[in-house]
Design a protein around this ligand. Structure first.
Ligand SMILES: [Zn+2]
Length: 516
């Protein structure tokens, strides 16, 4: 009887598994892709169908389907096994569930039941349906995004879920229920629904399971904020969740860029007109985690935030984060006080045009500064607001492109700009970590192919050691020769000669060691 791992490995091909996460291309008998575990422009991530393994020449990450899923999905081995087992259609044997997994599953279950409850309520509510229709949403979108309605009343959902056998604890932990602090009424009466008289937009996890809600008030007043989001729960982490990601992820990979919008309505409308690689930060501040998630799929992003002041400053923050991760950042030009939602509602083709005309974020910033400022004010603007962003650019070619451009516009030399940039403190901690000697990289690549060609079963790690050995031998021989030449010199002092001869002996000794 084969183990779970063996069974999964028999059924799944690493090429299929990885290609569902990354855009891959054929490279001889292997496949290659841009590495999802480090930043790179040219692919150095290789997948070998023969060995059913992957190896990155850039960062050294390597392994099989399990380690890939573990690393990519950021889960532990057990979780990776579960994901792959599901994919392979295998029932896991002797797989003991963890306590907290049961709890999570119960939370997912209650969210699913609540989603259905809200969906059914929407069908009966003409006002809410009319509202969505006025906003331009088509019935298809409503069902695709599972939009629902939470009726007026304090305990509609509570009663329903209780009847379905869910505990108060589960409902509270899922963020669907609240409890008053006061002592009024019976214990039972102190619980009430979190969402009341709101249109309910489910928020999904990466796999399309509902983990939270965003409720839009039908009636706005001081007591009822326009949007009310679920609290953070064991399912819902705001800093990791992007609205629409579960659908957009495949299209981001395919189109090789993300469209980032602010609001839920922006996202829904964008998807409705076929821009399926759109995600929304949706009410929460964009974090590095959000961007890293997107970067795994594509290094390119178009920020399409509202064209008001708040939107512009949020876009700048997003751009800063993305640039510092080494992403290629573009931005759209929306007419004043418009957002993607309002533009699409008026004219879907304008949205596509706007995306097509998006510009590099820094170019956009520069042309805006040039329009708005002159002379010293312009210098100040560039120094304070644009150069700090330039300093974040990781790609040297891109960076020098902007330096040239700015120098030209400011009518100063590139040197002046470079000096300014030097003044700006940058985080250089990560800069060198991934850089590897290109020559050595090529050698390694060559070797791997050699191995493949002759069908040899050789451990890549061992091969790396082999390469290092070769390099050392080369280095030692070079030194040996140099010393030998120096020793030929008649003018050399007795003491120097002794030292050099000693060095020579050591080199010979080391060479012998290596060759054994
Ligand atoms: Zn890598």
């Amino acid at each position: 009887m084969s183990t779970n791992v063996e069974q999964i490995k028999e059924r799944l091909n690493i090429v299929d598994v990885i290609s569902s996460y990354l855009k891959i291309e054929k490279a001889g008998i292997n496949y290659k892709a841009r590495c999802p575990f480090h930043n790179e422009k040219t692919p150095s991530f290789f997948i070998s169908p023969q060995r059913q393994s992957f190896y990155c020449f850039g960062c050294g990450e390597k392994g099989d389907i399990f380690s890939f899923v573990e690393k990519f999905e950021n889960v532990d081995f057990k979780e990776a096994m579960k994901i792959l087992a599901e994919r392979a259609g295998i029932e896991l044997k002797g797989f003991r569930k963890e306590e907290n997994k049961d709890e999570k599953e119960e939370l997912l279950k209650v969210m699913e039941v609540a989603t259905k409850f809200y969906e059914e309520a929407l069908v009966e509510n003409k006002n809410a349906l009319q509202y969505l229709k006025n906003r331009g949403l088509l019935p298809d979108s409503i069902s695709k995004w599972r939009i629902g309605f939470a009726k007026e009343g304090w305990r509609n959902l509570y009663d329903f879920l209780t009847e379905k056998g869910f505990s108060q604890k589960t409902m509270l932990e899922a963020g669907l229920l609240k409890k008053t602090e006061g002592k009024m009424g019976s214990e039972d009466e102190r619980y009430y629904d979190t969402f009341r008289n709101r249109i309910m937009f489910p928020i999904f996890d990466n796999n399309g399971k509902v983990i939270a809600f965003s409720g839009r008030a039908m009636r706005e007043d001081e007591k009822n904020p326009k949007y009310l989001n679920s609290p953070e729960t064991k399912l819902f982490y705001k800093s990791e969740t992007l609205y629409g990601f579960h659908i957009a992820k495949n299209y981001i990979r395919k189109n090789d860029y993300t469209v980032l919008v602010e609001g839920q309505m922006d996202l829904l409308m964008s998807h409705q007109v076929g821009t399926l690689n759109t995600v929304a930060s949706s009410g929460t501040a964009l974090t590095e985690l959000h961007l890293k998630k997107l970067q795994k799929l594509s290094n390119r992003i178009i920020i399409a935030y509202d064209s008001d002041e708040a939107g512009e400053s949020a876009a700048r923050r997003a751009a800063e984060l993305a640039l510092s991760l080494g992403m290629e950042v573009k931005t759209t030009f929306l007419p004043k006080n418009e957002d993607p939602d309002s533009i699409i509602r008026k004219n879907p083709s304008e949205w596509k045009e706007i995306l097509k005309n998006s510009e590099y974020f820094l170019d956009a910033l520069l042309s805006k500064a040039l329009q708005k400022y002159k002379d010293r004010a312009l210098t100040k603007e560039i120094t304070n607001n644009i150069l700090p962003l330039v300093s974040l650019i990781k790609n040297e070619i891109e960076k020098s492109h902007f330096i040239k451009k700015i120098a030209l516009k400011m009518r100063v030399t590139e040197d002046t700009i470079l000096k300014q940039l030097e003044k700006i403190k940058t985080d250089t901690a990560r800069v060198n970590s991934n850089e590897e000697n290109q020559n050595q990289k090529d050698q390694k690549e060559e070797l791997l192919f050699e191995i493949e060609r002759y069908g040899l079963k050789i451990d890549v790690e061992q091969e790396n050691a082999e390469i290092l050995k070769r390099d050392e031998i080369k280095e030692l021989k070079k030194k040996h020769q140099e010393i030998a030449i120096t020793l030929d010199d008649k003018d050399i002092t007795q003491e120097d000669r002794k030292n050099l001869e000693n060095d020579l002996k050591n080199i010979e000794k080391r060479l012998k060691e290596i060759n054994n």
